[in-house]
Write a protein that binds this ligand. Structure first.
Ligand code: GDP
Ligand code: MG
Length: 440
């Protein structure tokens, strides 16, 4: 744990401008996070290159370590890259406005078609017609008809034996005749990216001349996202992307990959199977998901707001000299409390949230933090400076004064001794186990 702490909240003590070394160190973490989130290799590489150039030389704000500062810069850059031009579906065209959905089989095209139709009819009271062009799976047209009933949106009557472009034309004719505002064309996907699917989509596009062509892609799409988006954009031409299953385990790296290779905006995200589980794309949310740095950005902000850097620097200096007494420990505990207690702090560190149960089992919770502070508060200054004089009678007095047990005092003293020893051993080393906190 302390390794993770020092890794993420890296304990470089000085402030000033970010050096190339600071940036490179933090970037190793970031690179790992991007790849774990399934951002395509090339995309991750060029993104990191760009941020590195931008970050070197930036001033580190007070109370934040260089590592945290870099993560914040990366986060901001991710947000900009993902959504600087956040856009809704564009309906600015003569009615009926055609929207064409493309993507692999199972990516969520049919579901998203119905979700979008529901949203458009709900909000603007627009009249929407949906048409399934999926001639490959007999149940597909029926599936759209069922969803249509559910969201109370009309679907094009099913006629057997027509090709997808023919159905598209029929849908547009029907939409004109029925004075619909919008017609959504739900195409057939394939399990893999293949030529037949591309050719079919291109044919439909020629026949229907849609105003929007939306690529529907699963958030779990990994390294393939680049090929998927590039192929569809080159062969068919996209106007936007919808990312589905953002409610699942997918880390959303696909969003960055697809955005990077096509330059097309991610317009909507699917967050569940229900018909109202469609949301406007929020770049900050996906950036957080991709980075997976817990909520390190808000940690930075909290730290900046709360930590008294002067005091912390003084404690750190004492730590380095190996003079770490109970007053210093008290200072550390207070800072942890300010950061929302161990619970709050740990929750912000990736990987640690999962350990919460173990932490609770180890009794490492906020009430413990408070009790430990109470114990130290019940000591005399002399005792705090020199814990060795704490024999049985003094401990009894302190236990009574702080409403704790002698056992707990022993545990605290043991912890303090452990920390002090470690610091001594590191003697003169730049960082103590909590230097990241102290100097943050
Ligand atoms: P299509 O083959 O591209 O038309 O995919 P479908 O629309 O038929 O969706 C395939 C499955 O994914 C269905 O079971 C949907 O309920 C499910 N699905 C679609 N979008 C989402 C989403 O955003 N979240 C979740 N959890 N499931 C989704
Ligand atoms: Mg379908």
């Amino acid at each position: 744990l302390s390794q993770r702490l020092s890794g993420i909240l890296d304990g470089l003590t000085r402030r000033g401008a970010l050096s190339a070394t600071d940036v490179d160190t933090a970037m190793r973490e970031v690179r790992r996070a991007l790849l774990e989130a399934d951002v395509a290799l090339d995309v991750a590489r060029s993104f990191i290159e760009r941020v590195r150039e931008r970050a070197v030389g930036v001033d580190v704000i007070k109370s934040v370590t260089p590592g945290q500062m870099v993560v914040k810069i990366v986060h901001d850059e991710l947000v900009t890259t993902l959504g600087s031009d956040a856009q809704a579906i564009d309906l600015n065209a003569p009615a009926p406005v055609a929207i064409m959905m493309v993507g692999l089989q199972g990516s969520g095209k049919t579901t998203t078609t119905a979700k979008i139709a529901k949203r458009l009819t709900d909000l603007g009271k627009r009249k929407v017609l949906m048409a399934s062009l999926d001639t490959r799976r007999p149940a597909a047209m029926e599936q759209l008809a069922v969803l249509g009933k559910q969201v109370e949106v009309d679907t094009l009557p099913i006629v057997q034996g027509q090709t997808p472009p023919q159905i598209a034309k029929r849908a547009i004719e029907a939409a004109k005749l029925g004075s619909y505002d919008v017609v959504i064309l739900d195409t057939a996907g394939r399990i893999t990216l293949d030529e037949a699917m591309m050719a079919e989509a291109a044919d439909v596009k020629r026949a229907a001349d849609p105003h929007e062509v939306l690529l529907v892609a699963d958030a779990l799409t990994g390294q393939d996202a680049v090929n998927l988006a590039r192929s569809f954009d080159e062969r068919v031409g996209l106007t936007g992307i919808v990312m589905t299953r953002v409610d699942g385990d997918g880390r959303g790296g696909a969003a960055l990959s697809m955005r990077a290779v096509t330059g097309k905006p991610i317009k909507l995200i699917g967050t569940g199977e229900k018909m109202d589980a469609l949301e406007t794309f929020d770049p900050a949310r996906i950036a957080g998901r991709i980075l997976g740095m817990g909520d390190i950005v808000s940690l930075v902000e909290k730290a900046a707001a709360n930590i008294d850097a002067e005091k912390a620097a003084r404690t750190a200096e004492r730590m380095r000299k190996g003079a770490f007494d109970l007053t210093d420990l008290r200072e550390q505990l207070t800072q942890m409390q300010k950061l929302g207690g161990l619970g709050g702090l740990m929750g912000m560190i990736p990987g640690v949230a999962k350990m919460k149960n173990q932490l609770a089992a180890a009794n490492l919770d906020d009430s413990l933090l408070k009790r430990q502070c109470a114990i130290i508060d019940s000591m005399t200054p002399k005792e705090r400076r020199n814990p060795d004089i704490l024999k049985a009678s003094r401990k009894k007095r302190i236990a009574a004064g702080s409403g704790t047990k002698v056992e707990e005092i022993n545990k605290l003293l043991k912890m303090h001794r452990g920390m002090a020893d470690m610091m001594k051993a590191m003697g003169g080393a730049k960082r103590g186990p909590m230097a990241g906190l102290a100097n943050a």
